[in-house]
Design a protein around this ligand. Sequence first.
Ligand code: SF4
Length: 328
Amino acid sequence: RNIVFNIQDLKVHFPVSQRFLESLVKKDSEQKVVKAVDGVSLTVREGETIGLAGESGCGKTTTAKTMVKLVEPTSGKVEFNGQDITSFKGKELKKFRKEAQMVFQDPYESLNPRFTVKQTLEEPLIIHGIKNPKERLDRILETLEKVGLRPAQTYINRYPHQMSGGQRQRVAIARALVIKPKFMVADEPVSMLDVSIRASILNLLKDLVEELNLASIYISHDLSLIRYVCDKTAIMYLGRIVEMGPTEEVIREPAHPYSQALLSAVPVPEPNPNGLNVPLDGEPPNPINIPRGCRFHPRCPVATEKCKEVEPIGRFVDGRWIECHLYE
Ligand code: SF4
């Protein structure tokens, strides 16, 4: 399968005002930036869904926003179909905006309350040059059917407040898909929805990835959802991927101590008897004040003296990417 996205050593550092910095960290700190993403490498292929997991502040949303050009990278390579997206301007950028879409967490906020479903879906079609109104309407009806809003005619004149949360999220997904993208990010797409309708939205996303051969990124802090949706899973900690591999393997037998701690909170049918099974405690991660050595060492139950000084170098171990001295 073709590689759609190729990211190498991506960094996204934001400047922090001195006042904000002083309110958060020691005044003598040398760091004056938030290292939201701090060296991420990743590829996404057609028809593949990669899960980004980790606690809030680990950089998963910023990584994904960089891939749809909502955030500019500080350094590193971000290639879409072999082309550097940071250089896109004019027509190229317009084409890219059509091909890379993002579905957000909150369907209440992401839809314009004054737009009907038809207007919501028609806007991107007009922007991207579909001039014939009949063609636009056909495309809208076809997409609504695809996301399970059937019969589509009964939805096109509704406003967001006339629909349930699940229906609104389906409209948001339809808006992303109506212009036939090649890549989609879904950022916690079901976390605001009632538990009873989560499965149907997740099934919808899975089916669409397969049917449209989409490359996609699924962001969640909930590993049971990631397990359900994703082919591969990347566990992020303070701006880096600390472990990545096939979802079932990572979840069943997490190798990195952080993954093990994160997963010990998730009930799995056959827990790994060799796992650490420790609760995740200690200071929550702060991307302004990243510890030296291994960034997880202050919370790691098996940290050594070396871990406090030397940053581990990631490597593949049995087909899995792991960044930890234990595997060197
Ligand atoms: Fe723990 Fe050391 Fe591995 Fe970091 S490198 S996760 S501190 S064992």
